[in-house]
Design a protein around this ligand. Structure first.
Ligand code: BGC
Length: 415
C-alpha cells in the first residue's frame, strides 16, 4: 500500500560505532587482535577517523546535511579500562557528546556495546565466563548517570553476529592470540570465496552464547529501566533469508538459530533496531552465498536494496509489532551513484511497510563516514562522507546530500 508521508518525528540519520570511528581504542580486545602479527585484519584501526576528538565537527556536518538523528556508541573499554575502575573523565566525554546532540536538536541513539569489549574482561574469560552478565551489568550501571535526556538506547549491537564472533575469539587466550586468529581465519573464510563475511561463511551461534547475550540484554534492560527514562532495545542483523521452493523447513531452522531467539527477546523491549544489507537464499545445502552473476558490493554481498523491506516485515512478525528503528542499512561501494540507488530503493521499501501499518520510527544509514570496517579495514567504504586518512578532512558524497534532502522533506522525495 502507498503511504502519503513518513510519520511526524521520523528519525533520519546515520550510524557509527566507537571502535570503528574513535581511534586508539587501546584497552579493547579488538585493538589487541589487530596488533597480532599475521592478524586477519587488513589494517589496524589506529586513529580510525579520530571521532574521539572530532565528534563535534561530525555532528555539525550531519545536522547541516539535514539529518536529525545520530547513532554512536559508548566504549566499555574506555569507561572501564581496568576491572572495576570506571573513568569519570571518559563518562564526561560521552556526556558532552550527548549534550551537544540534544542542544543541536539531533536525536542521539546510543549503543552500549558494539562488538568490542575491554581486554581485561576478555582475558578473564570474556562472554564465556560465569560472571559475564554481572560484569556487563556493572558497566551499564556506571553509564546510567550520563543518559538523562536520551530516549533511544541499544544495549548490544547485532547479538546474533556477536554470539558467533565471541565464540570464535573467546577466550582470547593470551599470550597466544595467534591461535585465536587462526581459528577466526578458518571459520570466516568464505566458502565460495565470494560470499563475504556474513552468516553464510560463519559457524552458527551456539545456544549457550545466544542465551548469555539474551541474559546480558535483559540485565541491561532491567538496570536501564530502573535507573533512567530511556527506551531500551537492541539491534539485530536481520538477514532477509528466503527459501528456495521446497526448502521452507531449512529456512525455518536458520531463522530460528540466527534471528528468532534474538527477535523474540525484543518483545519485552521498547523498540528494536533492524540492520539489513543483503538477502540470502536457503536451499538444499543450507544458506547460500551470493547467486551466480549477482552484482557484488565491496563487502562481497549481493546488491539487494529490497533486503530492508523483507527484514522489517520479518521483524514485525516475530516481535509482534515492537516499534522498529532501522539502525543500519547501507552498501560498501566506491561508486556513490550505486549508494544513492541502493538507499532510494531501501527507503521505498520502508515506505511500503509504513503503508501496511508497520511501526517504523526511523532510518539511520550505515555509515556516516567511511570508517574502520573490521577485518576489511579502510578500503571497504560504507560512508555517506569520505575522509582523508591523513588530515581527517571530511567530504560529503552525493549520497549524503541526497539523504539529507530526503530527510528535510520527511521522505517526500522518495514517495
Ligand atoms: C556492524 C557494523 C559493520 C557493518 C558493515 C554490521 O554488522 O554492526 O559494525 O561495519 O555491519 O559490515
Amino acid at each position: 500500500m502507498a503511504v502519503n508521508s513518513f510519520p511526524a518525528g521520523f528519525l533520519w540519520g546515520a550510524s557509527c560505532a566507537p571502535h570503528q570511528n574513535e581511534g586508539n581504542n587501546v584497552n579493547s580486545d579488538m585493538w589487541a587482535l589487530e596488533q597480532v602479527p599475521g592478524s586477519s585484519f587488513t589494517d589496524r584501526s589506529g586513529d580510525a577517523v579520530d571521532f574521539y576528538h572530532r565528534w563535534k565537527e561530525d555532528i555539525d556536518l550531519l545536522k547541516s546535511l539535514g539529518l536529525n538523528s545520530f547513532r554512536f556508541g559508548i566504549e566499555w573499554a574506555r569507561v572501564e579500562p581496568t576491572r572495576g575502575n570506571f573513568s569519570v573523565a571518559e563518562l564526561a566525554h560521552y556526556r558532552r557528546i550527548i549534550d551537544y546532540c540534544l542542544a543541536q536538536g539531533v536525536e542521539p541513539v546510543v549503543t552500549l556495546h558494539h562488538f568490542s569489549s575491554p581486554l581485561w574482561f576478555v582475558k578473564e574469560g570474556g562472554w564465556s565466563s560465569a560472571d559475564a552478565v554481572d560484569r556487563f551489568g556493572d558497566y551499564v550501571d556506571a553509564v546510567c548517570p550520563i543518559l538523562h535526556g536520551v530516549t533511544w538506547v541499544a544495549t548490544i549491537n547485532e547479538p546474533n553476529m556477536f554470539a558467533v564472533m565471541y565464540q570464535m575469539s573467546t577466550p582470547l587466550q593470551y599470550p597466544d592470540p595467534a591461535a585465536v586468529l587462526q581459528r577466526m581465519r578458518e571459520a570466516m573464510s568464505p566458502v565460495n570465496g565470494e560470499a563475504g563475511i556474513n552468516s553464510f561463511s560463519m559457524p552458527e551461534p551456539k545456544e549457550e552464547a545466544t542465551q548469555t547475550l539474551v541474559r546480558a540484554h535483559a540485565r541491561a534492560r532491567d538496570i536501564l529501566q530502573a535507573k533512567t527514562d530511556v527506551k531500551v532495545g537492541w539491534t539485530i542483523a536481520v538477514q532477509s533469508l528466503v527459501a528456495r521452493d521446497g526448502h521452507e523447513d531449512k529456512l525455518a531452522y536458520y531463522e530460528r538459530v540466527w534471528e528468532d531467539t534474538f527477535l523474540e527477546a525484543s518483545r519485552a523491549d521498547d523498540w528494536v533496531g533492524v540492520q539489513a544489507y543483503t538477502s540470502q537464499l536457503v536451499g538444499p545445502n543450507g544458506l547460500e552465498g551470493a547467486p551466480e552473476g549477482a552484482e557484488l558490493t565491496l563487502a562481497g554481498w549481493a546488491y539487494r536494496p529490497d533486503a530492508l523491506e523483507i527484514a522489517l516485515r520479518r521483524t514485525a512478525l516475530v516481535t509482534g509489532g515492537v516499534p522498529m528503528i532501522v539502525t543500519e542499512n547501507g552498501i560498501a561501494t566506491a561508486d556513490d551513484t550505486r549508494r544513492i540507488d541502493y538507499t532510494t530503493v531501501a527507503l521505498e521499501g520502508v515506505a511500503h511497510t509504513l503503508g501496511d501499518g508497520l511501526d517504523v520510527r526511523g532510518y539511520l544509514h550505515w555509515t556516516f563516514i567511511d570508517n574502520f570496517e573490521w577485518v576489511h579495514g579502510y578500503e571497504v567504504t560504507f560512508g555517506l562522507v569520505a575522509v582523508d586518512r591523513t588530515t581527517f578532512e571530511r567530504t560529503p558524497k552525493g549520497s549524503a546530500y541526497r539523504l539529507g534532502d530526503i530527510a528535510r522533506n520527511n521522505g517526500a522525495g522518495i514517495l
